[in-house]
Design a protein around this ligand. Structure first.
Ligand code: NI
Ligand code: MN
Length: 226
């Protein structure tokens, strides 16, 4: 399984010949300049955790170019359809079988509105049960007791959690989250993009190491084999 980081909370996962893309936000992110070509990003499925601009800025253009199926809340999908995206699958918090296996759309404690101000529905995260490696992406959220449900469903191989603080969990809470989800291999996202969420990379990794866990902070454009 391959993980490619496109900056902020945007990443691709390639598994069993399928290309998953999460929370497309590339062109407004200065840090991606010269490192990511938005027109070269591929996707069969695009997963949208919530409607904020830093998660949907490039959703419409990438969805139209690739023809990928966009999966997100009913409200996110209504917004995407209004903007001309046709291949969509609306859902809400819960579970559903797809051709790539079972998907849980899990609760996130955050907010969700679309760039036009319309309501984005509940923010959420994604739990993949049947991919070659089982993984969880929490989306933007604070630490939440709900995360303790995750290990009841799946023994995770890795998880993707926000670590930048201010709008989401910080590093210390992400360590507690990794206890809750019983997963010691964490890929950090949602850091450094804006002043409010700049973190000290070495200190963050040290904190995880001290807790007996691994924190990966990918470079923008980097692909990691998992
Ligand atoms: Ni957000
Ligand atoms: Mn965000």
């Amino acid at each position: 399984m391959k993980f490619t980081f496109y900056g902020h909370a945007c990443f691709g996962i390639e598994t069993a010949g399928k290309k998953f893309l999460f929370d497309p936000f590339i062109t407004p992110n200065e840090l991606t300049k010269g490192k990511v070509d938005v027109n070269a990003v591929e996707a069969d499925y695009i997963f949208v955790s919530h409607g904020h601009g830093d998660h949907v800025a490039d959703l419409v253009s990438i969805a139209k170019r690739t023809g990928a199926t966009v999966i997100g809340t009913y409200e996110v999908i209504e917004w995407a359809k209004k903007n001309g995206v046709e291949n969509v699958h609306p859902l809400n918090l819960g579970a559903k079988q797809f051709d790539f296996g079972k998907l849980h759309f899990t609760p996130a404690a955050h907010s969700s509105s679309m760039p036009d101000g319309s309501y984005g529905g509940n923010p959420g995260g994604f739990l993949f049960h049947d991919t070659d490696k089982k993984f969880y992406y929490s989306g933007d959220t604070c630490l939440s007791m709900e995360m303790q449900l995750i290990p009841r469903y799946s023994a995770l191989d890795f998880a993707i959690l926000p670590v930048g603080g201010n709008f989401t969990m910080d590093v210390d809470d992400a360590i507690i989250a990794s206890d809750f989800i019983k997963c010691n291999k964490i890929i950090g996202v949602h850091f450094d993009t804006f002043g409010y969420i700049k973190i000290d990379h070495e200190a963050a990794k040290d904190s995880f190491r001290t807790a007996g866990k691994e924190l990966i902070l990918p470079e923008i454009g980097e692909t990691i084999e998992l």
